[in-house]
Ligand binder design. Structure first.
Ligand code: HAM
Length: 425
């Protein structure tokens, strides 16, 4: 029996981003860069690896991300490291470590980076995925919450989304949350037999996550449950009210979702998410005023969000967005024949490129037929044919692909000649 060769595949849940897919990533990156830099954000990139402890502390030990989804390992040197599952905590680490605390505040940063979570893969849910995100550090004011929500709204609009609605909530802070948790626990106590198995675990470990359950039965029970907005203290209430007034003023469409919670422990006060019509979460974020202190810095207010780039791209394709052409079609194709011409062709190609003329060639091919076939396929207006004889004589043949007329041109004049011809068409 012939042994079939075992082919090594990509890691489960991780996908290649092939050349045909790159223009979509470039599109999101370009739009993101334009808008974020207009609004004064600077790009930051942190390492993909951090000490595991950073996420345990920052994201929270009781979260699904830290408990079940991190790629963590011990290095040969004995360090306990983790592939970053999200960008906020590493950026706060970098903010403190690089002395940004002493710079004029707020500091506005953005990133476009891969993240890693060991989740159950499915359409739009990967184990390596890309986030485009922002962090505004150094401001407690509700105007900052509104500002970054507005920027997210504008970005999604400019990417091509219409009719997106923000879901927004306030989860208060350490002053108001304990009371709410107590009331929520009392509410569920008599109903615990009716909730799903995961919710029974959440009831013990992280009761707020019960608000996030997708199970229909649990959702029904929750409808009559207590809402955190009713437990906000005066300051949190005022903060939330002002955020909403700002959003009304700048016309960002939102709905209040009193049961919205997020899967990361660092949030306080405002949180928000954007979902598509299939309830897939495209973006999420919120305020995290305690995180900087928690990670060893001083007291700074902060707020941010991240978009799931892979998911956004899936949806942009679904809604039929056409990508703008980033590169004009080549107008010239260089055909080379024989050793000498092949050697000189690379230099010639570079001279055309430097002159700003979009030229193509296939240096790996030898026959004139196959090279002309490519030139035809590309639909170029002119082909340059550079053979052994031309290379020796210092000439090149210029072929008009429309009329098939060929002319011999001295090599030193060819760039000027091509420029002239291209201007004429
Ligand atoms: P997050 O909601 O965990 O927030 O992730 C942000 C976005 O990343 C989600 O809305 C989703 O679109 C995308 N995403 C999450 N997991 C996956 C996955 N497995 N596959 C594909 N896409 C995924 C954060 O990460 C926070 N750091 C956001 C933030 C920034 N909050 C404040 N500043």
């Amino acid at each position: 029996m012939p042994r079939t060769k075992k082919q090594i595949q990509s890691v489960k849940g991780m996908h290649d981003i092939l050349p045909e897919e790159q223009p979509w990533f470039d599109y999101v990156l370009k739009k993101g860069r334009e808008i974020l830099e207009d609004y004064g954000f600077s790009r930051i990139e942190t390492p993909v690896l951090e000490y595991t402890e950073l996420f345990e502390k920052g994201v929270g030990l009781g979260t699904d991300i830290v408990e079940k989804e991190m790629y963590s390992f011990k290095t040969r040197g004995g360090d306990q490291l983790t592939l970053r599952p999200e960008g906020t905590v590493p950026i706060v680490r970098a903010f403190i470590e690089n002395g940004m605390q002493s710079l004029p505040q707020p500091i506005k940063l953005w990133y476009f980076s891969p993240m890693f979570r060991h989740e159950q893969p499915q359409a739009g849910r990967y184990r390596q995925f890309w986030q485009l995100g922002v962090e505004l550090i150094g401001d407690f004011n509700p105007s900052s919450d509104a500002e970054i929500i507005f920027i997210l709204y504008k970005l999604l609009q400019e990417l091509g989304f219409k009719d997106l609605v923000f879901q927004i909530n306030s989860i208060g802070d350490e002053n108001c949350r304990p009371e709410y948790k107590k009331v929520l626990k009392n509410f569920y106590r008599s109903k615990i037999k009716r909730v799903c198995a995961s919710c029974r675990v959440r009831f013990r470990k992280n009761i707020l996550r019960m608000l996030d359950c997708g199970n229909e039965g649990c959702k029904e029970i929750l409808k009559s449950g207590p809402q955190i907005v009713d437990f906000l203290d005066e300051e949190c209430k005022e903060h939330f009210k002002t955020v909403l007034e700002f959003l009304d003023e700048i016309e960002v469409p939102y709905i209040l979702n009193p049961f919205l919670v997020r899967g990361l422990d660092y949030y306080n006060r405002t949180i928000f998410e954007v979902k598509d019509e299939s309830e897939i979460q495209l973006a999420g974020g919120g305020r995290y005023d305690k995180l900087i202190e928690l990670l060893g810095g001083t007291k700074f207010g902060a707020v941010g969000w991240a978009i799931g780039v892979d998911r956004v791209i899936i949806d942009l394709k679904k809604i039929g967005i056409k990508l703008p052409k980033t590169r004009e079609k080549p107008k010239i194709f260089l055909v080379q024949l024989g050793e000498l011409a092949k050697k000189k062709s690379l230099i010639l190609f570079e001279e055309f490129r430097k002159a700003g003329i979009n030229i193509q060639a296939s240096f790996s091919r030898d026959s004139i037929k196959s090279q002309l076939r490519i030139a035809n396929k590309l639909g170029v207006r002119f082909t340059l044919i550079f053979g052994q004889r031309e290379a020796l004589d210092g000439n090149i043949i210029l072929r008009d692909m429309g009329s098939s007329v060929q002319e011999i041109i001295p090599i030193e004049k060819i760039i000027e000649e091509v420029k002239k011809r291209l201007k004429e068409i």
